[in-house]
Design a protein around this ligand. Structure first.
Ligand code: PLP
Length: 390
């Protein structure tokens, strides 16, 4: 088992100081690798006035305004500490606004580790022990990229649905893009049913650019949850949406969300640093994408030599390859057909070759701005050594 001792740039080091090219990247937040100088420099100055205040402050408001400039659908914003909290709060807001309890979600999407979210969850969530039956009764699970499944699962209870929650680009059952028309279909159904559409952009925002998945899909959700890259490695998250919807929150409304560390000045300052970097260096995205393409193309070439019919999916800085023959997956049924034992053996061999991959095939490989062409080539050499033959 890999036990981490330290980290630097694109690398994780084990307890004995052995170096690994890291593609877990803390499961998403580390867009700039572990120790980007622009993020870690001068932290004493940031910490000088303390870590947490418990009162609203101008930098928090300024951060909300910066986020809204990129995601105009987030007319009003509240900060939280984790993506789980942001999604949990967004769902509470939707329930309060609609006066309904049920939530429709997709098998293989992951929205965090609170009760609702773990029903049929992807990522590394294994099992839903401890979740009350009453929660199961409030959740409707549909198949991703399948509007017929949405209609079938919702039939007869449409008027009881508070929200449709979705990852607009799914990254917790491997990388599965929403097919053309899917998000539009959800938007349309939410409107017809009087439900709210919640985009979980906890991974996608900033990973896929400043406009997030909603910018490129041109589908406007009622509520959005953010996290991960926003803090560049420190825990900060946010949720927000239409003003009239967010108005249910106290003190204006009768719905409470909170959090001792929510909006704390230290994490807010880090989020400003992340936005400073991305707004002033958009070229960093192109460099990451080129490296990820090199990795994806190289992997495809090795698979072809071995006659292995596994799809390699790449979207910008994310690369995904499943041990499953046939075209790229469209939903969780596809993801679950991957060969767990073959991947486990591959994972072990890659580790021996100095490459740190996520242990579950539901997770993806994250390339960061700290990775280099040399890292990618080392990874491709390791793939050559580690992949089985057909
Ligand atoms: C899409 C998505 N939503 C929510 C979460 C939960 O975020 P956190 O782990 O910060 O609670 C995750 C975490 O992986 C995620 O991938």
């Amino acid at each position: 088992m890999f036990v981490q001792g330290s980290a630097r740039g694109a690398y994780a080091y084990d307890e004995d100081g052995r170096r690994y090219v890291d593609y877990i990247m803390a499961y998403g937040p580390l867009l700039f690798g572990h120790t980007e100088p622009a993020l870690v420099r001068g932290l004493d100055d940031v910490a000088r006035s303390g870590f947490v205040w418990g009162s609203t402050h101008p930098e928090e408001v300024r951060l909300a305004e910066r986020i809204r400039a990129h995601l105009p659908s987030m007319e009003r914003i509240r900060f939280a500490t984790s993506g789980s909290e942001a999604m949990m709060s967004a769902i509470r807001v939707a329930r309060s606004f609609t006066g309904r309890d049920r939530v429709l979600k997709f098998a293989g999407n992951y929205h965090g580790h609170f009760d609702f979210a773990l029903v049929a969850a992807g990522a590394s969530a294994s099992g839903a022990g401890g979740i009350p039956q009453s929660v199961h009764r409030e959740v409707i699970v549909a198949r991703y990229n399948d509007l017929a499944s949405v209609d079938e699962q919702a039939r007869g209870v449409e008027s009881g649905i508070a929200a449709i929650a979705v990852e607009p680009i799914a990254l917790n059952m491997g990388l599965v893009a929403a097919e053309p028309g899917f998000l539009e279909g959800l938007r349309d159904r939410a409107r017809r049913w009087g439900a709210l559409l919640i985009f979980d952009e906890v991974i996608t925002w900033l990973r896929f650019g400043l406009g997030g998945a909603q910018g490129r899909a041109e589908v406007i959700p009622d509520l959005t949850a953010l996290g991960k890259v926003l803090g560049g490695g420190v825990p900060i998250a946010a949720f927000g949406g239409r003003s009239e919807v967010m108005a249910v929150l106290a003190p204006d409304g009768h719905t409470f969300t909170g959090g001792t560390h929510a909006g704390n000045p230290f994490c807010v300052a880090m989020a400003h640093r992340v936005l400073d970097l991305l707004e002033s260096h958009p070229e960093r995205y192109a460099a990451m994408d080129a490296l990820a393409k090199r990795l994806a193309d190289g992997t495809r070439a090795i698979l072809a030599q071995r006659n292995l019919d596994y799809a390699v999916v790449q979207q910008e800085s994310v690369v995904d390859c499943k041990f499953r023959a046939g075209p790229a997956g469209r939903n969780y049924d596809d993801a679950r057909r991957a060969d767990v034992d073959a991947y486990a053996a591959y994972h072990r061999k890659m580790l021996e070759s100095g490459i740190l991959l996520p242990p579950s095939q539901n997770e993806v490989m994250f390339v960061s701005t700290a990775h280099t062409a040399g890292d990618i080539d080392q990874t491709l050499d390791a793939i050559e050594k580690s992949l089985p033959s057909a």
